[in-house]
Design a protein around this ligand. Structure first.
Ligand code: FE2
Length: 154
């Protein structure tokens, strides 16, 4: 990976994660207002993690001597938990998000700091992918109404 490619990759991920974290906080507020506090907490956790990932990308761009860029990726907003879960699941499958990060990590053999950073993103996004699959499996097993009862909370 050339220097310019690396800076672009980091800037692109920063923009994506600043944007997805904003969407996570919107979903936190929507689902908390609906009474689904437990699910809202998960959205908040995801938002915090993705904001942290974005900040680390920006920091790395600067440490490498690159120029951070401002941007935003339009994100869908859902008012139904199952629609959000489905959208995340589709994204992980269609965009191969985790596999793509693994490929990038493998192409950073000459830059161990950036490689370790990307590897930490692989770990974080794998966890996200796993919990989404688990929740969709739960809905399948117990039905959406029962699942929603499980998500009630302050
Ligand atoms: Fe994520």
């Amino acid at each position: 990976m050339t220097f310019d490619e690396k800076i672009k990759m980091l800037n692109d991920y920063a923009i994506a994660w600043y944007s997805t974290s904003q969407a996570d906080y919107i979903h936190e507020a929507i689902f908390r207002a609906q009474g689904f506090g437990k699910f809202a907490d998960l959205c908040k956790e995801e938002g915090d993690e993705e904001l942290e990932e974005a900040r680390k990308c920006t920091e790395r761009v600067i440490a490498l001597g690159g120029k951070p860029v401002f941007g935003c990726c339009e994100q869908p907003v859902f008012c139904e938990i199952k629609d959000l879960l489905k959208s995340w699941d589709d994204e992980f499958r269609d965009q191969q998000a985790v596999e793509e990060l693994e490929k990038i990590a493998a192409s950073l053999a000459d830059d161990s700091i950036t490689r370790k950073l990307v590897e930490s993103f692989v770990e974080c996004e794998s966890e996200h992918k796993t919990w989404v699959a688990k929740h969709l499996g739960l809905i399948e097993r117990i039905g959406y109404d029962n699942y929603l009862i499980e998500q009630l909370g302050e």
